[in-house]
Ligand binder design. Sequence first.
Ligand code: AFP
Length: 326
Amino acid sequence: MRFEQTFTNFLLDHQEKHNRTYHFLILMDALISAAKHIEHYYLTGALKGNLGLAGNVNVQGEDVMRMDQIAHEITIHYLRASGRVIHAISEESEKIIPINNEGGRYFVYFDPLDGSSNVPHGLPVGFLFGIAKRNLDGPEDGHLRAGKDYIAAGMFVIPTGTFTLALKDAGTWRFHTDETMDFVKPIPMILSEDTKEWELSFNPAHRHTYAKNVQNWIEQNERKYVFRYLGSLAGDFHRILSNGGMFMYPAIVNHPNPEKNRPHGKLRLMYEASVVAFMCREAGGTAVDETGTPTLDLQPKEPHQRTALYVGSKPLVGDIAQVLHG
Ligand code: AFP
């Protein structure tokens, strides 16, 4: 019989090697329990009628699917039960959610069901999260952390049974579920340098609404790479991590209906862009916003702030960053 290393053993080794406490293990256990629970609801959702619209809109002005609410509630339950979280920010809640201000040690920023246009089809969605730690050396003011201050970030691609986790200054690993539903077999993720494998990923329906310099860059470069787009950041970024290339969600500045422009992009900084930028950095890649500024340096001013995003292999992101700077 062959036994693969479990996620828990992997993390235990990591914490012990770096002389760390077990608090982070407890937090990760909570996130994994939440993800498994969400996956279960998602897999059985059509039969239970959980994949329909809930009939109201969330803080971003989008329709809330019933699954979004279920995923949010499941995650908050497990974070609360862990006792390790000071406060959380969720895509599904306008306000910061206080959890354990006195005893908590971590801040968790998450989107429990990202890519909701895939929900009615049962296609992949993401559960994305970033984690920062309270200031252990002095008073904690609970300020919103930039991605460079995260200690970990990860994503579950639901319902594929895959989990990717990046740990600060240590690397990015991918896990798969085994027959007992444990995440096992850490695979180090390092962005491929083989340009033949690289992929480009963006919503082609929007391309004529991008800034002219971005449109020109696409025209000059797109034929060199394979094109893939799922419409769920976790799924699209999952491929970029495996094959290299670049995912982008540029600012929308040339929409025929100017009211539909999104000069700050669509993606949310704290629980989408910074999360994938962190995983990408730990896998040897990088990410920038519409001004060419590194995504991980962007200091959030409010929990649901948006940003444009270019994330992936360093040479590609560096190339477009030059165009953006210019
Ligand atoms: P939804 O949850 O509203 O589908 O948004 C998903 C998302 O934030 C991200 O996961 C995708 O990469 C991106 O938006 C897709 O947006 P478009 O539908 O405009 O391509």
